[in-house]
Design a protein around this ligand. Structure first.
Ligand code: SAM
Length: 305
C-alpha cells in the first residue's frame, strides 16, 4: 500500500508498540470500535464484517495454525488487523487481502503503530480474494484467516486450487460450515464442501469459538478448521471432471447414485454401467463415498455424442 495514513489521535492512548504480541499490541473491544470510528466504518453483513475483539482468540488461532518462522501467510480479510497483529511476529511475511478499501488503507498504520518493526513484512492487497493474482509476489505457504462467512467455502476452494504453494490452512468459519468441511463419509454434515476439500487435503475440526469474541457479535458460533494439503487422488480424470460428479451426486440428496448421476451419464442405465465399472454399488448414495471413489466414477463417464 502506498503511503501511511496519520494515526487517529485518539488511538495513541491505548497500547504501546512491542516486538511480540501481548495485551498492549493486540486489539481489544475499545481499540476495534475506535479504529472503526476513525474511518466511519459501520460493519456490514454483506462483507461478513465481524471483527475479533479478543486477544486470546487470535493467539489461539495462531497457535493452532502451527506456523513456522519461514512461513508466508495469506490472510484473507484482515479487517482492522486483529489477527494480522498476532500473525506477524510468528512468520516471515503476511500477505493480507482485503476487499474493503477503507480497511486496506488503514491496516498499515495500525501495524506501524502497534508493531512497527513488522511493517516491512506485511503486504496489503486491496482486492476481492476471488480475483487474487499473486504474480510477482511471494507465494504463500499457509492460509490463516477469519473468513467472511457468506463466501468462506468458495474462497477456500478457490485459494487451494490457485495456490499449490499453500501447504497448511487454519480458518475460522461459521460452526456449521466448519463441520461440513471436516465431515467424513457417512456423517450427517458430509456434503460437497467436505469432498471437494478432501481433494486438496485432510481437514479436521480444530476447536469452537463463541460469538462474544466478535464485534458485532454474529448470530452463530464459529469453528476452526485445519487442513493439511496432500496430493489429490491418483486418477486419469481432471479435477473439474471429478467435481462435476460430486456436484451431480449431491445435487439430488438421498437419491441413489444411479438416479442422481443419470443426467451426468446420459441415462440411469448408463449411470449404472459407469458405477459398476468403477466398482461402486449403483444403489449407494453419494453421502457414503470418499473423494477417491468419486474420482473412479469420473473416469467412467460415457462418451457423449
Ligand atoms: N480478520 C479480521 C478479524 O478477525 O477481526 C476480520 C474478519 S471479518 C470476519 C472478514 C473480513 O473479510 C472483513 O474485513 C471483510 O471486509 C473482508 N472480506 C469480505 N469479503 C472479502 C473478499 N471477497 N475478499 C477479501 N476480503 C473480504
Amino acid at each position: 500500500m502506498a503511503g501511511l495514513r496519520p494515526l487517529p489521535l485518539h488511538l495513541t492512548t491505548s497500547g504501546t508498540p512491542a516486538s511480540s504480541p501481548g495485551p498492549a499490541v493486540l486489539l481489544g473491544a475499545t481499540d476495534i470500535r475506535a479504529l472503526a470510528a476513525s474511518i466511519d466504518l459501520t460493519p456490514t453483513k454483506t462483507l461478513g464484517q465481524n471483527f475479533v475483539i479478543d486477544g486470546g482468540t487470535v493467539q489461539r488461532i495462531v497457535r493452532t495454525a502451527r506456523l513456522r518462522p519461514d512461513d508466508v501467510v495469506l490472510e484473507i480479510g484482515p479487517g482492522l488487523g486483529s489477527l494480522t497483529l498476532a500473525l506477524l511476529p510468528n512468520v516471515r511475511r503476511v500477505i493480507a487481502v482485503e476487499i474493503d478499501a477503507r480497511l486496506a488503507e488503514l491496516l498499515p498504520s495500525t501495524i506501524a503503530f502497534r508493531l512497527p518493526g513488522a511493517l516491512e513484512r506485511l503486504t496489503v492487497i486491496h482486492r476481492d480474494a476471488m480475483n487474487l493474482d499473486l504474480r510477482g509476489d511471494e507465494y504463500p505457504t499457509a492460509i490463516v484467516a477469519n473468513l467472511p462467512y457468506n463466501v468462506a467455502v468458495p474462497v477456500l476452494l478457490t485459494m487451494l486450487a490457485r495456490l499449490p504453494s499453500v501447504r497448511r490452512v487454519l480458518i475460522m468459519v461459521q460452526l456449521e460450515v466448519a463441520a461440513r468441511l471436516a465431515a467424513k463419509p457417512g456423517e450427517d454434515a458430509y456434503g460437497v464442501p467436505s469432498v471437494k476439500a478432501a481433494w486438496y487435503g485432510s481437514a479436521r475440526m480444530a476447536g469452537t469459538i463463541g460469538r462474544l469474541v466478535f464485534w458485532p457479535a454474529p448470530r452463530v458460533d464459529s469453528g476452526l478448521v485445519a487442513l493439511d494439503r496432500h496430493d489429490p487422488p491418483q486418477t486419469t480424470a481432471t479435477r473439474d471432471e471429478v467435481f462435476a460428479v460430486i456436484d451431480a451426486a449431491f445435487g439430488q440428496r438421498r437419491k441413489t447414485l444411479r438416479a442422481a448421476l443419470a443426467g451426468w451419464a446420459g441415462s440411469p442405465a448408463l449411470a449404472e454401467i459407469a458405477l459398476r465399472e468403477a466398482g461402486i454399488d449403483p444403489s449407494a448414495r453419494g453421502e457414503t463415498l470418499d473423494v477417491a471413489q468419486f474420482a473412479r466414477i469420473a473416469e467412467q463417464r460415457p462418451h457423449q455424442e
